[in-house]
Design a protein around this ligand. Structure first.
Ligand code: ISE
Length: 325
């Protein structure tokens, strides 16, 4: 395998592929910061590739964990070289770049991209999806997505295309439904919100089947990282908490620790996602979300960005190509 990017998530994927996931070895790493790539390469016994192109040419399969704006151009090189690829979300921040990847895959006539919407592998979300049949018809989904501090200094559009895009994908997957409309409501900024940005925000989506999906996205929530989801159905509700399983009582307080970053909360999901991808790659298929799912999420996130300025938007989706049926 080759891993592009030795930041937070690239490091986590490279370590996990080397130590926890069966059937894969990380041979190549690339990062624009060579010192960072060298340190990780020494740690896991890999080599540093001088360029992205060389990494892709030398690897049987590739993980793209670079900054969002580079995902599409690197995915295109992987497709050109016909390498199975696990591309971190988002497929791209813009609709035109995401479309170029889907078009290239269609031209190739084969699916090679698996998209890193890892929540689809999270035991909490999997259990939530399985339990939906016990609450009648889903009517409303309430979502909370909070970061302790804005990762990578996210701006408001980044909150939608990088962070809340997880809710866009996971609710579509939970409900097996596509979106029809989106609007965004912003209140007063918190004291940690940078000048000119909106945070927290509420994104309100409706699905084609008529379900309301409400998302609180708060990237400067100060106290830690938290993700919750509650589905309200016609016969009951089911709620996924923040994924903590231990309750601690000490110093006259009861509770549990809140992680700083998503890597803690979704550790299991990331590992399961990598194992599923390696297993799929070995038999020539993909796993989890596809490039098509990535394109739909990027279209929806960009409609939400437009909604900030122009009010509620209807979401126009292209027709699903046969490669993704
Ligand atoms: C980050 O890139 C992730 O993917 C995390 O899961 C998400 O919670 C965070 O907000 C994003 O910035």
């Amino acid at each position: 395998m080759g891993v592009i990017g030795a930041g937070n998530i690239g490091t986590s994927h490279a370590r996990s592929l080397s130590r926890e996931v069966a059937g894969a070895q990380v041979r190549w790493l690339y990062d624009a910061d060579v010192a960072r790539a060298n340190a990780l390469a020494d740690e896991i016994g890999a080599h540093v590739a001088p360029t992205v192109e060389q990494l892709i040419a030398s690897s049987d399969a590739v993980v793209i964990a670079s900054p969002d704006a580079l995902h599409a151009e690197q995915a295109l090189i992987c497709l050109d070289a016909q390498r199975p690829t696990l591309c971190e979300k988002p497929l791209a921040p813009t609709v035109s770049e995401a479309t170029s990847v889907v078009d290239a895959e269609i031209d190739l006539g084969r699916r090679l991209i698996s998209l890193g919407f890892m929540r689809r592998f999270d035991p909490g979300y999997v259990a939530l999806k399985e339990s939906l049949s016990s609450i009648g018809q889903p009517l409303i989904v309430h979502n909370v997505h909070r970061n302790e501090y804005a990762p990578y200094g996210l701006t408001t559009s980044g909150t939608l295309t990088n962070s809340a895009i997880h809710e866009i994908d996971i609710n579509r997957w939970l409900l097996s439904d596509d979106y029809a409309t989106v609007q965004v409501v912003a209140g007063k900024p918190g004291p940690r919100t940078p000048e000119g940005e909106l945070d927290p925000i509420l994104m309100l989506l409706t699905t084609r089947g008529g379900v309301i999906v409400e998302v609180e996205a708060f990237v400067n929530a100060a106290y830690g990282y938290e993700v919750r989801c509650e589905v309200v159905g016609s016969e009951g509700t089911v709620e996924m908490g923040d994924g903590s399983y231990l309750t601690r009582r000490a110093q006259r307080a009861v509770g549990h620790e809140v992680p700083e970053l998503w890597l803690g909360r979704f550790e299991d999901a990331y590992r399961r996602q990598l194992q599923a991808w390696v297993d799929a790659t070995r038999v020539g298929t993909t796993s989890g979300a596809t490039a098509w799912d990535g394109l739909l999420a990027t279209i929806t996130a960009n409609a939400a960005v437009t909604a900030i300025t122009y009010g509620p938007q209807s979401i126009e989706l292209p027709e699903r190509p046969s490669l993704y049926r």
